[in-house]
Design a protein around this ligand. Sequence first.
Ligand SMILES: [Zn+2]
Length: 338
Amino acid sequence: MDETDRTPRPCSGDTGAMPEPASTPPAGAPLTRTDDAAVPAWATSQPPPEARSPEAVDRLAAVLRAHPGALVLTGAGMSTDSGIPDYRGRDGTRRVMPMQHGEFCASTENRRRYWARSFVGWQRFSRAAPNAGHRAVAALQRTGVLGPVLTQNVDGLHQAAGSPDVTELHGSLADVVCLTCGDRSDREQLQARMVVANPGFETLVRGEAADGSRVSSQIRPDGDVVLPDAAVTGFRLPLCLVCGADTLKPDVVFFGGSVPRERVDACYALTDAAPALLVLGSSLAVMSGLRFVRHAARRGIPVMAVTRGPTRGDGHMTLRVDAALAPTLERLARAEAA
Ligand SMILES: [Zn+2]
C-alpha cells in the first residue's frame, strides 16, 4: 500500500448540496452525489413515442456499429434483475431515504445504525449474481461494440460478469476505508469480525428480531436493510484495526458525499475519448452521472439511453429506447454475434 492510500479522509469531504455550475466544471472539481427527494419535473415527462417502437433497438444497433467502442454509463436499473432494487420508483420518486454522508460522519450512533443495517443486508447483497444484461454488456465489450463501463452501482456485478475496464463512480461496497487514518480493508473480513462481535445478531439476517417480530427483507441499493431502532441499539460497532477509531465506512460515495477528484478526472477523460455514450438503466437523477451525459452532448457525439421511463437527460439524447434492459442488451449481443 503506498502513502497516498493512507491519506486521512476526514468527514470534511461532505460538501452538502452543491449547486450545479452553468458550464462545464473545471477538471478536478468534485462531484457531489445529490438528487431531489420530491418528484422532479423531468420525472413527469415521457420518452418520445418512437422510443418504444420495435425499430428503436435496430437504430441503436446501427449507431453503435458506426461508433465502435461507445462509453457505457450504467445505473441501478442494470442490477434490479439481480435482486438489488432501485432507489427510485418508475415515477421518479425516491422510495427509500439512504443515509447521507454528513449523517454518517456526525455521530457514533448514526454509524452504529448504518453498520447494523449493513451487517444484515450484506448477507443478501454479497450473494447477488450478474444478470443477462451484465453478461450482454461484457459480450458487447469483447466484440468491440462497447468500450469502457462507467457505473454508478456499487455492487461489482459488471466485473463479476467479466466486463473489463470498469470504473466505479461511487466506489465499491466490497471495500472499507477508515475515515480517521485512511486504512483500507476488505468488507468480507469486516463482516466476519462483526459476526464474532455480535453473537445472536445473525437471527436478524434470517428475518427474525429478538422479540419475535419480523425484520424487513427489503434490501436497499447500497446494501443495507431497514431495521427497528431497538435492534440497532445492541449492535457492537466495528473499530479500525489500525487506529482503533469507530469511523470505518464502506468505500462508497454516500448521498451528499463527493466523488474523489482523480476519479472525476478519469471519467471526464473517458467521455472526451468516447465515440458515443450509451446510458443503461439510469434515470440520471443523480447529478454525478448526469454531468457526463451533458459533457458528451456538448461534444456532439451520439448520446443514447436504454431505460424504462423518462430520464433527467432526455433533452440531451440523440436516441432513446424505452424497453426492458436485459432482453434489449441480449438482442444487441445476438445481432453482433451473428
Ligand atoms: Zn483507522
